[in-house]
Design a protein around this ligand. Sequence first.
Ligand code: AMP
Length: 500
Amino acid sequence: MSAPSPLLARWLARASEARPLVLDTRGATSWHDAGDAADRVASALLEGRSSLEGERVALLVSPGATFVACFFGVLRAGGCVVVLSPLHPPPEAAYFCADAGVRTVVASPELRERVTFLAPERRILDAEALLVAPRGRVAAEPRAGDPALQLYTSGTTGKPKGAVITHANLGTQQELVGEAWDWHEGDVLLHTLPLHHLHGLGIAFLTALGAGAATRFLGGFEARATWEAMARATVFMGVPTVHAKLFAAFDEADAATRARWTAAARTLRLVTSGSAALPVTLGERWRALTGAYPLERFGMTEIGVGMSNPLAPEKRRPGSVGLPLRTVRTRVVGDDGSDGDTGELWIAGPSVFAAYHERPEATRDAFVTLDGERWFKTGDTVAREPDGYVKILGRTSVDILKSGGYKLSALEIEETLREHAAVAEVAVVGLPDATWGERVVACVVARAGREGECGTESLRAFAKERLASYKVPKQVFLMQELPRNAVGKVIKPELVKKLG
Ligand code: AMP
């Protein structure tokens, strides 16, 4: 039997503290009150049982104290959290719940309507009611190796896969990021990122919590509100799209507002960027404003943060993701399978996730075992500089796009568009974009005489009903034919060149 959960050990160690853990629209919630609410959630979920034994429980809960209590309530009860988002249209939410075997969905009252269609096979519980449910004995004792979180991530084959992330994985992240970025009790994290992605949930919120810091949830990203709230925080984490939108709002603001926002930004001790490459021009804007280039780091749903630039601003290198964190082992593997300085990045160590849920083949394909060590193949091509700093050169597959910090599968989007009766052929590619990193676009060949049904607006409307908004192509290009190679495979780089 493995050790107790390090994540819950940190949670429980502060359960009697009156200091704030969460700041949201309702004000401050202390560690004590959040702990009490989580145990009430756990009691209600357990209904007298001793443990949920890893059962998947879905949360569609607004960011803030209620989310935190529900998240830890599921874990305290021995369950594993599947996070749903209001960005998911019904077919996606249904797919995640079916794939994960979810029988219970916990929803905020304001979001409940979005999941009522999942009943009656599943029970839908009211998050606010669970927070004040009778408190019973919570005796489940999840172990370090037990699943804590199942996050859906896109790959180059099929539908998104559920990455099973253990208590030990999340505990390791808390430790590694905590020490690398010097998280401490006095910190306040300004939180605007989605919670169904590891960046917002594990890397931002849970590492702040691991150090005893408070988190100020804004309930989502809005540029002006984010600038204003910086004055009441010490750490801000963004994806490049967020940084681009912040500066777009800054450029539109009047002089007095800019001065106020500049002063607010200067109170932050740390600004980070991750989930996609930060354009150096954007990083330099932060440097001009605050004196420090943002700390850029590399992470993945499957491994958490792998590499990070140093905390000391003068050691941060623009265009680089820095050095591996303490327990992260890296290899750079060339096409011929030998180690070198340019090639695919492989990662091993205690931060690496357990498996893809009920996908033994996909799990097997994602790893290489060498001398008893399990190496995760990231699918990223990197270059390692002589002093060890790592630069991300791109994805090894053209079918993986990064837009707004989200990892997207071109194949999944193509599959969806192919369901449209007027679409004969489709190829989805990412075009370089200053705000989104990559802008998702679809190249479509229409069925004879049905070109009129394949315009951007009509295909977007079709896709929006089936895919989260960030996956929906921003533009549709109608073509006579798609460029294909001798074996009929679409030559995507050619499409990108043509459209770019
Ligand atoms: P996700 O699992 O959605 O977090 O996506 C992980 C992928 O995001 C990685 O495999 C990289 O392709 C990309 N990524 C994350 N951080 C960075 C970064 N700082 N620079 C470039 N790409 C990044």
